[in-house]
Ligand binder design. Structure first.
Ligand SMILES: Cc1cc2nc3c(=O)[nH]c(=O)nc-3n(C[C@H](O)[C@H](O)[C@H](O)COP(=O)(O)OP(=O)(O)OC[C@H]3O[C@@H](n4cnc5c(N)ncnc54)[C@H](O)[C@@H]3O)c2cc1C
Length: 393
């Protein structure tokens, strides 16, 4: 399979140059403009960095994939990935980077690909200027990995659908103005009876639960959405009836494939700090980096990170070329999520007791990394998908 230029060329440049200028420009901007001085306290209190979200919107990050005539910058997926990687590297608030990438790659991507002209015109300019925040809701208390076993329903009643259901573990739910909600319009048809709807969270029939406290990515607002007789005009259906699976799988491909750009950017900081510690911390009369156990740990961190980056940009190039990227996206999600978890744990070992202390921040990087093993499909689910695409399992 061939990937046409220029995306392949840019992806190759991104692979070869970890300090690619597009990435570095955003990283430099983020580290000077978005530096959360009180990061430890923000994390402890689960405070969403709303001012930084607005600054990201003003810099064109929320609208990076949206065409210019709708208020965005119309970036290709490879350039967008470079910018997200730069954001992760420059901004220590991983919860902000994750929330932003999640909105771009699921909510915005789905409206872009499947929205009607009216829906795009009504929603996307607000996403670009930061006045509209969007969530993407499929998970329910009884269905996570087995997403299509959902119980939420949407019943047609004249020119409205009546939605009932409970969506849980939803990124941005507590602050979202709009949510794409998946529900069964034809339960007898199983997965093919699922449709997607744009839900306005300020209208009657929607309740958002309080913020859920979580292990990591604590600054990402996270919660549930309860629908009780919510009336969605037919015009708020996203795509045709029964298109839910198609919308979900297409958007998940972009999300799985690219969402780890921010956290791989963050992992660079973690590796750099581990190297610095290995050079300067002394034990038994020498820098700890002189012990092979420590230097090999750092070598492993670097190799793991590099391989995940290569797969990330290969996937971005495939998506940019309009090719099916299901296998690459699943592999990207798997290697990147495992990489950042491994790198976080390895860094904590290098820093010793200091790394276990909350104010040192390595422990936060570990906690932030672990969520990646679950969201956008667990590692087990990625392996199931990869095996199935290879014709086994
Ligand atoms: C930080 C974060 C953000 C999230 N954001 C969103 C969001 O914005 N929108 C949304 O809809 N959801 C979101 N989720 C939910 C997420 O998609 C689900 O948690 C995920 O799909 C796993 O579902 P589950 O938690 O119910 O685990 P389960 O499905 O209960 O899985 C539990 C365990 O069983 C394993 N398992 C299950 N089925 C299989 C199988 N067939 N083969 C092998 N192993 C299996 C899993 O790998 C896992 O180890 C988010 C989750 C997190 C942690």
């Amino acid at each position: 399979m061939t990937v046409p230029v220029p995306s392949a060329e840019l992806a190759l440049a991104a692979m070869l140059d970890a300090d690619h200028p597009v990435k570095t420009a955003v990283a430099d901007w983020a580290s000077s403009e978005l530096d959360p001085v009180d990061m430890v306290e923000r994390d402890r209190a689960s405070t969403f960095f709303a001012e930084a979200w607005k600054a990201c919107a003003a810099r064109g990050l929320t609208g990076m994939l949206v065409p210019e005539h709708l208020g965005g910058r119309g970036l290709d997926p490879v350039t967008a990935t470079l910018e997200l990687e730069g954001l992760g590297k420059g901004c220590r608030d991983n919860g902000l980077g994750f929330a932003l990438a999640s909105q771009i790659l699921s909510f915005t991507d789905a409206i872009l690909r499947f929205g009607s002209d009216t829906q795009r015109q009504q929603i996307l300019p607000g996403v670009c200027d930061g006045s509209i925040v969007g969530a993407f809701c499929i998970t329910e208390p009884g269905s996570g990995s087995d997403a299509y076993a959902m119980e939420a329903t949407a019943v047609l009643d004249g020119d409205h659908y009546v939605l009932d259901g409970h969506k849980t573990h939803i990124t941005l739910a507590p602050v979202a103005d709009l949510a794409i909600v998946f529900a069964k319009t034809n339960p007898a048809a199983g997965a093919w009876g699922i449709s997607a709807f744009i839900v306005h969270t300020d209208r009657p029939g929607v309740t958002r639960t309080e913020l859920h406290e979580k292990m990591g990515l604590r600054t990402t607002p996270f919660g549930d959405l309860l629908l009780d007789g919510y009336r969605a005009p037919v015009a708020d259906r996203l795509g045709p009836e029964g298109a839910g699976v198609s919308i979900f799988t297409t958007s998940m491909e972009a999300e799985r494939g690219l969402i780890f750009a921010t956290q791989l950017g963050a992992a660079e900081r973690v590796i750099d700090e581990a190297i610095e510690r290995a050079r300067t911390r002394e034990a038994f009369g020498q820098p700890i980096g002189g012990f092979q156990a420590v230097s090999h740990r750092i070598a492993d961190m670097k190799v793991t990170h590099e391989l995940a980056r290569l797969q990330l940009y290969k996937t971005a190039a495939r998506i940019d070329a309009g090719e099916t990227a299901t296998l690459d996206a699943a592999m990207s999600k798997l290697v990147a999520s495992e990489a950042i978890a491994d790198i976080g744990l390895a860094a904590a070992r290098v820093h010793g007791a200091r790394g276990y202390m909350t104010d040192h921040e390595v422990e936060r990087e570990v906690r932030d990394a672990l969520g990646g093993l679950v969201y956008s499909g667990t590692s087990d689910i990625q392996k199931n998908l990869i095996a199935r695409l290879l014709g086994v399992g």
